[in-house]
Design a protein around this ligand. Structure first.
Ligand SMILES: [Zn+2]
Length: 541
């Protein structure tokens, strides 16, 4: 009998696996058929024709992970494959967080901070607004889908530069117009970074004013709180107040309590959040599954007053002996324990990670450097900031494991890496990044699901897929059903694990077998396939 060649029913069939669709509470066996960029069938496809069959026997088939909190707008111009992201199963990233959005930065003075990130990799800003930025990203290509927030700090710079003061009424109106424009051009919300300048100069009136714009567009208010340590409760109170007064939907970013004396406060903050929800405030959380945070060293240690103004002014202040003496005594008065150079003290937990002029310092603690140089640790840290012109990042091992588990268990919490999409080769491989860049999602599945049983696998998948999709209003993603976009991860539930460590962060996770974005395979057999099928998703498209 002659077999008539039929046109294949599916471009890709994923067969023999068990599915967690982002909604169901337990896995069920089903095959998936993909045609073009969508899921065309869910069921028994054992007799179907497909151009390509992915054998998923013994594997889990789930929606692609939606990373609700990343900074990959920084790297999208020099690292389109987003290796650290696709290798852990991320198919959609929300960028522009913590008040900083490249899409609203401009190629001119005042935006040095944003430009330094790009210039270190030989690129510069080549857009004037969000519309142009999103066009550039679309044209240059990206491996994951791309959802952007408008950064409050970047908007504030467009209107009032680095002015260290509250905005007046006309300035608030000008910022609102900037936000309206960004939302019309495709942003999905606003991000604040109230621990950073200039976002931190905003008062409640400014934040509520901007929040009312979000309400109009249905965008989210994602906030890196004003403080995540000693003043955590006050900072959460402020975020909830913005949500209540502006009637905006609040996303508390990378929720945690920093430093030992604050551990356990997340129990109070979550109670505050639940009470706010009972009053009608729409508020959610995200988290990365690690006990160290990482950011600019200066933000971690310098008093707010010292951080103001331009970067050059900050560095000059720290280099001036008289100003320096005043700053050091202010720091030590607030933190008497900062004299301690032992590994058990504060500085023993602060580990240099990105020091481009002095790579040999990466991985050393400030305490160790202080002992080696026979200098007070505060002076060592300030010297480093001066030498690196304030372009130095550090890990801070200051979060409790118990808090991580408590926040993860809460049904309002979704997963966000707070990472930048990068790769192990070339310039991005030289920075000692946080292991969350490569390990966030597999670590939840390995450590917190399989090993510690903090949450179930189905709950974890919801937090990584359907919850953030509904949160954003992303239709047809974060779920496996006929008609949805084919953003899919196939992983081995017994083998999936993060292998990136603080000492060796550039290591892709294990057990993530196949990653599909918009119906195209981007990651298989431990490798990028060379495709860039990610789409720029515009809120108002
Ligand atoms: Zn942040």
């Amino acid at each position: 009998m002659v077999r008539v060649p039929l046109e294949e029913e599916y471009d890709i069939a994923i067969t023999g696996g068990t599915v967690l669709d982002g909604i169901a509470d337990s896995p069920f066996p089903a095959d998936l058929g993909i045609r073009d960029d969508r899921i065309a069938a869910v069921g028994d496809l054992s007799h179907a024709d497909a151009g390509r069959v992915v054998d998923a026997r013994g594997k889990r088939v789930v929606p692609g992970f939606i990373d609700i909190h990343t900074h990959s707008d920084i790297s999208v111009m020099f690292h389109q494959p987003m290796l650290s992201m696709i290798s852990q199963g991320v198919t959609t990233q929300v960028v522009g967080n913590c008040s900083l959005s490249m899409g609203l930065a401009r190629p001119e003075a005042g935006f040095e901070f944003e430009r330094r990130w790009l210039q270190a990799h030989g690129v510069d800003i080549m857009w004037k607004d969000m519309e142009q930025h999103l066009d550039v990203v679309r044209n240059s290509g990206v491996a994951t889908n791309y959802v952007t927030l408008a950064g409050h700090g970047t908007i504030r710079k467009r209107v009032m530069g680095l002015a260290d003061r509250a905005a007046d009424r006309s300035e608030i109106e000008a910022m609102k117009r900037e936000l309206v424009l960004a939302m019309e051009q495709g942003a999905w919300g606003l991000s604040t970074g109230l621990e950073y300048t200039p976002s931190g100069y905003a008062n409640l009136e400014e934040l509520v004013g901007l929040g009312t714009v979000l309400r109009r567009f249905g965008g989210i208010y994602a906030t890196h709180l004003r403080n995540e340590g000693d003043a955590l409760l006050e900072a959460v109170h402020e975020a909830l107040l913005v949500g209540e007064l502006a009637r905006a939907s609040v996303q508390i970013s990378h929720h945690k309590a920093e430093q030992r004396q604050n551990w356990g406060k997340v129990r109070q903050t979550i109670r505050m959040i639940e009470e706010a929800r009972n009053k009608g405030v729409d508020v959610w959380l995200d988290q990365y599954p690690y006990t160290a945070f990482m950011t600019n060293l200066s933000v971690q240690i310098l008093p707010r007053s010292v951080l103001s103004g331009t970067n050059e002014a900050l560095v000059a202040r720290l280099a001036d002996p008289t100003a320096r003496r005043t700053i050091v005594s202010e720091m030590l008065a607030a933190h008497p324990d900062w004299e301690d150079a032992s590994e058990d003290g504060f500085w023993g937990r602060v580990e240099v990670t990105v020091s481009r002029a002095h790579r040999e310092l990466q991985g050393r603690t400030i305490a160790a450097l202080a002992r080696e140089l026979s200098k007070p640790p505060v002076e060592v840290a300030l010297d480093l900031i001066v030498q690196e012109k304030n372009f130095v990042a550090a890990l801070n091992h200051a979060i409790s494991e118990g808090d991580v588990e408590f926040v993860l268990r809460h049904p309002l919490t979704m997963i966000g890496s707070d990472a930048i999409g990068i790769g192990p080769d070339g310039t991005t491989g030289e920075d000692r990044v946080h292991p969350r860049c490569y390990g966030t999602f597999p670590r939840v599945l390995a450590r917190y699901v399989r090993e510690q049983r903090v949450i179930s696998e189905a709950e974890a998948i919801k937090k990584m897929t359907n919850l953030p999709a509904r949160r954003l209003g992303l239709t047809d993603r974060g779920v496996l059903r006929v008609g949805a976009f084919a953003d899919i991860v196939v992983y081995d539930p017994n083998a999936v694990r993060d292998v990136a460590t603080y000492a060796q962060p550039h290591r892709p996770a294990e057990g993530i077998d196949t990653v599909i974005v918009n119906g195209r395979i981007v990651w298989e057999r431990g490798q990028w396939t060379g495709l860039l099928p990610g789409r720029v998703l515009r809120r108002n498209a």
